[in-house]
Design a protein around this ligand. Sequence first.
Ligand code: KIV
Length: 277
Amino acid sequence: MSTPPRQKRLTPNDITALKGQRPVVSLTAYTTPMARLFDPHCDLLLVGDSLGMVLYGMDTTVGVTVEMMIAHGQAVMRGVTRACVIVDLPFGSYQESKEQAFRTAARIMKETGCDGVKLEGGEEMAETVAFLVSRGVPVFGHVGLMPQQVNTSGGYRSKGHTDTEADKIRRDARAIDEAGAFAMVIEGTVEPLAREITGTVSAATIGIGASPACDGQVLVSDDMLGLFNDFKPRFVKHFAELAEVISRAAEDYATEVRARTFPGPEHTFQIRPKKQD
Ligand code: KIV
C-alpha cells in the first residue's frame, strides 16, 4: 500500500541540502500566533529553551523543563504549514546517558509532532547524537557558546579567542558532524572559526553571533522584534521596536478606559429592535 506524503513542511534533510545553495533562515518560536507569522518567511523554527528567559523571566535556561518544551512545541506545531520545527532538549533531560536522551527526544517528538530535537554539546555528546540519529531522531547540534553550560563555562562571553578554545570548538563541531547531526547552531563564536567550521562540516551551520559566514542565521525572535529589552548583545539587531509599540498601546488603552471613551458605541451591544408580526 502506498500512502501520499502527509506534509509539505521542510524536513531536516531539506535543511542540510540548503548548504551551499542559499542561506537558511531560522527564528525561535514559542506560540501559535508567532509561529503563524514566521512560518511563511522561515525555513526552520526553533522552539528554543530560551523561552525560559524570554517568556518566563528566568535568569538562565537551566530551569526549563521537558513539560514546558512540549507545551510550547505543540503550540508552534499548530501554527506551521511550511517550516521545519525543532524542539530543544532542556538541561538535565539528555546529558546523563544516550538512553535518557532517546527517551526524552522520543517523548518530545511523539507529543509535539516536531521534526527533530536540538541539544548542546560537542565531543562529549557525539555518542549520544549518533545513538539518536541511528534510531530515527534528527539532531540539530549546538556548539560554541552553550547557554546550558553557562554555570561552568564562564558566562555569556564570545568564544574562540584563544587557540585552546578554538581547537575545542573545532573538535566539537567535527565530532557532532561525524555523528550525523543534520545541522548545528554555532553560537557566540569568532568569525574565522565559524567560517572554517562551515567550510569543513557536512551539516548546515546556523549562526547566532557567529558571522555571516555560516550557512544560515537564527535569532531569538523576541530579541529581533525588540520585545526583550533587558539588554542587547552585539549580535542582535532589532528589526522592530515592539516593546515601544506595546507599551504605547497599553498606555492609550488605559487613558481611554479612564476617560470612558473606550468602549465606544461601535464596541457596544444594544438590544435589537423587536421584529413586527
Ligand atoms: O534556545 C535558543 O533559543 C537557542 C538559540 C539561541 C539558538 O538555542
